[in-house]
Design a protein around this ligand. Structure first.
Ligand SMILES: NC(=O)c1ccc[n+]([C@@H]2O[C@H](COP(=O)([O-])OP(=O)(O)OC[C@H]3O[C@@H](n4cnc5c(N)ncnc54)[C@H](O)[C@@H]3O)[C@@H](O)[C@H]2O)c1
Length: 265
């Protein structure tokens, strides 16, 4: 019960990684503001209260400053302050290549995926600092580490999130507010449903993890657990970092690997 009576905001909590994290925070005693642009927020809050936890849903656009301010105010008014901000909402923006990406598309992807976390840090950090200590966790992506895991717009937005974690951790020197990011690899969520659905239908699930040392994609709970670790006092000396949670995919250059237990041909 690492979050007993802690006030926690999770954005993008209506689905996928955010929903898994909101449920886990609540199961460890946290009081959770479940923020999302869809009715998924109400569903997640309902799941939490049904299980005996404390949650309030709010419909927001995580890339709009007034909505971020409104969400933080709800946490402070409802739960007496703010201890943890998990800025997780994001969009893929599709798979448009460089030349098919127009300014409107890249502007929208950056607004949600990068300006959203920026606003979350800017407005949450002072409230968390008032509590004496706390944490902010951002959801970046392995797409932000190097090419090959998303469109140019998405990848650039997530590279920005990784940098934001580092820079804001430094800017918050002396505040006792830590800022870290998780970098998920391919995870089965609403965002990637078509990939997993197609692979299942075509009986090609082994292809989903073919390039991964663990030979599979992740489940949202596996990401949520790392987000909770970074948000908790267990990570009290982890700050300004971006942690890849990708089964080892990003730890290698693209080489042909030898399978464990098999001799080279
Ligand atoms: N699924 C993956 O393979 C993967 C890999 C790397 C990074 N990520 C990142 O993980 C985060 C969570 O995504 P997910 O995979 O759980 O997908 P998801 O689609 O299941 O969940 C994302 C949630 O964010 C919400 N959302 C989107 N834009 C919003 C906005 N402007 N304001 C408020 N809510 C908004 C959606 O409604 C949705 O409920 C995202 O930042 C995504 O980029 C996912």
């Amino acid at each position: 019960m690492r979050f007993t009576d802690k006030s926690i905001i999770v954005t993008g909590a209506g689905s996928g990684i955010g929903r898994a994290a909101a449920l886990l925070f609540a199961s460890e005693g946290g009081k959770v503001i479940v923020a999302d642009k869809t009715e998924g927020a109400d569903e997640t809050a309902h799941l939490i209260t049904q299980a005996g936890g404390t949650a309030k849903a709010i419909r927001i656009d995580a890339g709009l400053e007034e909505d971020v301010i409104r969400t933080i105010a709800l946490a402070c008014d409802s739960f007496g302050g703010l201890d943890v901000m998990f800025a997780n909402a994001g969009i893929s923006g599709g798979m448009a290549n460089l030349f098919d990406t127009d300014v409107a598309l890249i502007t929208e992807v950056l607004r949600v995926n990068l300006i959203g976390p920026f606003l979350a840090i800017k407005h949450a950090a002072p409230r968390i600092a008032e509590r004496g200590k706390g944490a902010i966790v951002l959801t970046a992506s392995v797409a932000g580490i190097r090419s090959g895991a998303g469109s140019p717009a998405y990848s650039a937005s997530k590279a920005g999130v990784i940098n934001l974690a580092a820079v804001s951790a430094q800017q918050l020197t002396g505040s006792n507010v830590r800022v870290n990011a998780i970098c998920p690899g391919l995870t089965e969520t609403g965002m990637t449903k078509p990939v997993f659905d197609y692979a299942r239908e075509a009986n090609k699930m082994e292809r989903v993890g073919r390039l991964n040392p663990l030979h599979r994609g992740a489940q949202p709970e596996e990401l949520a657990k790392v987000a909770l670790f970074l948000a908790s006092n267990d990570a009290s000396y982890v700050n300004g970092q971006a942690i890849a949670v990708d089964g080892g995919l990003s730890s290698s250059h693209p080489v042909t690997r030898q399978e464990y237990g098999k001799t080279a041909a």
